[in-house]
Design a protein around this ligand. Structure first.
Ligand SMILES: [Zn+2]
Length: 452
């Protein structure tokens, strides 16, 4: 809490009986000036400015930070795009997204491609957008320039990425990239599945697809990456952990002082292999959704801090590429679009397990912001950006395609009843108006250099 009587007059004050802060859930007013939180204190009628009083059934959450979003623009804009992705983000309470370097054309593997991305995004974004770059074979000479141009970190694959223009690094290439990124004090993000453990699986059966990407594919790849991080000192982030068998490896690595963080995704926590119907390729993603017992272990890992954060891995494609007509898991694009639904999907499950909104705000806002190095994002705290969400945690709704703002409406959550409704989203103190002028900024490594 900060003494609200000192300092400049706020332009906006948001009051709520339940404000989710790093110090707990408190009744408070959040004072905002020039887009920043300037004070948090008890309600004070003497303070000027426009007052927004949240309803009794609403809490004030920090805007979520989703560090794993495939926007696909430029080049595959028919798959998603900055306008639709950021509108969906705002509707889902997400005020910052970090775009993945692949599936757009060109992929973000040199500074010119990053400039193209930024040009494509400029003026279209309803929320703030940052960019990961790629570390691929042959772009060693580009990485320093990418970092200087504001890339927040570098993503690599240990196996085929699904698109030919973004090839994987072999173990030597990963080691060299790790050494280089350690020198640059950057972050190495890895899609970790061992290609030797992964096989092709055609057909409509989910079981065969799941067996084609076993737990061992993840454990072997993560073990190898941990050893590389240990040798090189690089900061390592394991993307989309699906197998709970990975958790002891992460725990042991950290106990040894290896700098490694890890994320999981809403679909691994909320969906179960046992429930995937034959041919239901809207459930296909890589690594795969595993059994219910595995999901429970992921929840334990999250609660125990072995998994650091939950991000969407929003990876849409045109519905035709999901091959629903044939239902062939082998041929279907692997990816689940959930940017707009991630918060209620996670909250629905979290509250059943006795977790709080403060836990969720940590996993989905504060920690991802910290991993991406965005010091002004992710928490309701003095000095941070006033990115805020009015959330009704007890209201439920049924997911129907017509409410989806993503470019494509196909979702494995269709028909599910979820708890938690985003009523309103603020970006730097101003309400996001989906039909209004986009005010999202393009973020660089130092957020205050945002040029939106
Ligand atoms: Zn991804």
């Amino acid at each position: 809490m900060t003494d609200a009587a000192a300092g400049p007059a706020p332009e906006v004050i948001i009051r709520s009986e339940r404000v989710i802060t790093p110090r707990g859930i408190v009744p408070a007013q959040v004072e905002i000036s020039s887009g920043k939180i300037i004070a948090i204190g008890p309600p004070d009628p003497a303070r000027g400015g426009a007052v927004v009083q949240l309803a009794a059934d609403e809490v004030l959450l920090p805007g979520l930070v989703d560090t794993h979003v495939h926007v696909n623009e430029p080049g595959r804009t028919e798959w998603e795009g900055f306008a639709t992705a950021t509108a969906a983000a705002a509707a889902g309470g997400v005020t910052t997204i970090i775009d993945m370097p692949l599936n757009s054309l060109p992929p973000t593997t040199d500074a010119a491609a990053l400039a193209q991305k930024r040009a494509a995004a400029q003026g279209q974004c309803q929320v703030d957008v940052g960019f990961w770059a790629g570390a691929v074979p042959g772009n060693e000479g580009e990485r320093r320039a990418l970092r200087a141009a504001g890339a927040l970190g570098f993503k690599s694959f240990t196996l085929d990425s699904g698109v030919p223009e973004f090839p994987p690094l072999d173990p030597d290439g990963l080691e060299r990239a790790a050494r280089q990124l350690a020198e640059l004090d950057s972050l190495l993000l890895v899609h970790a599945e061992d290609p030797d453990c992964v096989s092709a699986a055609d057909g409509r059966g989910y079981e065969a697809f799941l067996r084609s990407r076993p737990d061992e594919a993840e454990t072997r790849a993560v073990a190898r990456m941990v050893e590389i991080a240990r040798r090189t000192g690089v900061r390592l982030h394991i993307l989309h952990v699906s197998s709970a068998a990975v958790l002891p490896l992460l725990g042991a690595a950290r106990a040894d002082g290896v700098r490694v963080t890890a994320e999981t995704c809403p679909h691994y926590l909320a969906l179960a292999a046992e429930d995937v119907p034959a041919g239901a390729t809207q459930f296909k993603c890589c690594p795969p959704i595993r059994e219910r017992a595995n999901a429970e272990l992921l929840w334990e890992g999250l609660r125990a801090g072995m998994l650091d954060c939950v991000v969407s891995d929003h990876s849409p494609c045109p519905p035709a590429l999901k091959g629903l007509a044939s239902g062939d898991f082998g041929g279907a694009w692997g990816g689940i679009a959930s940017l707009q639904l991630a918060l209620p999907v996670v909250w629905t499950q979290a509250r059943e397990r006795g977790c709080t909104l403060a836990d969720v705000a940590g996993w989905m806002a504060a920690v991802p912001a910290s991993i991406a190095g965005l010091e002004t994002k992710g928490a309701i705290e003095v000095g941070r950006d006033a990115d805020l969400v009015a959330f009704a945690p007890d209201e439920s709704f049924a997911v129907s395609p017509d409410m989806i703002v993503h470019r494509h409406k196909l979702t494995p959550y269709a028909g599910q009843r979820l708890t938690g409704v985003v009523r309103r989203t603020w970006l730097r103190g101003r309400g996001v108006d989906p039909g209004g002028e986009p005010r999202g900024r393009l973020l660089t490594r130092r957020e205050d250099r945002g040029d939106g």
